[in-house]
Ligand binder design. Sequence first.
Ligand code: NAD
Length: 249
Amino acid sequence: MEISGTAAIVTGGASGLGAATARALAARGARVFALDISVDGAPAVEGVTYLAADVTSEEDVQAAVDTAAGSGAPLRIAVNCAGIGPSTRTVGKAGPHPLDLYRKVLDVNVVGTFNVLRLAAAAMGATEPGPDGARGVVVNTASVAAYEGQIGQVAYASSKAAVVGMTLPAARDLSSVGVRVMTIAPGIVDTPMLATVSEEFRAGLAAGVPFPKRLALPDEYARLALSIIEHDYLNGEVVRMDGALRMAP
Ligand code: NAD
């Protein structure tokens, strides 16, 4: 699928993986709408318009989709990067999460992802199709935690497993309108999500990656997302981007 000349939605677009993807899509000629619950301090990037939106809100996401779909370019791309990732570090102690925290993580990471997927796909379905009847692609973000959650990650791992789980059935459901659904499961990426960890902890994380022995970069996620968007035969699949990281001994 051609990126140039399309409209694209990127959630979590003010920071980390979303910001890198928004920048990369704009550099390739897409008109990008970066949705984020907090757009203060988002970097000014040519071709990127920031929209304050909570991905869990039907109203917010519908308004953003309408803006993108009404921009004059066909809405063909939605990349779901908004997410929250509490662990023992943010919960404060190992042990079962409080119920309200569990619900909150699932609300943002699962319901938010699904909300954007369904509303963006509905708008894509109303566009004139391209070659093979293609109308668009949705790229979600899971995590290696979907397969091997760590101590303190019960909510996060559950949420990312749900994102993995929705990928294939959503792709099958949306095949009737020519919309593909893919998911990227990153390992450990150097973004503000890791801002609270110590240098020592960060070095330990990097040392645990088989190869390359470093954290992934947001631009590496963006490059993968763009490759997926352009590759018309990738559909219903989860791609791990983790340097062969396996947490278990
Ligand atoms: P980040 O914290 O830098 O960016 C996440 C963005 O999502 C923030 O700008 C935040 O404001 C936004 N956001 C949070 N809740 C929102 C809501 N309700 N509505 C709209 N926006 C909201 O984190 P990141 O590392 O770029 O993470 C992006 C995605 O990648 C997340 O889904 C995360 O779980 C996933 N991920 C990250 C890593 C990593 O190591 N950084 C690894 C695996 C998966």
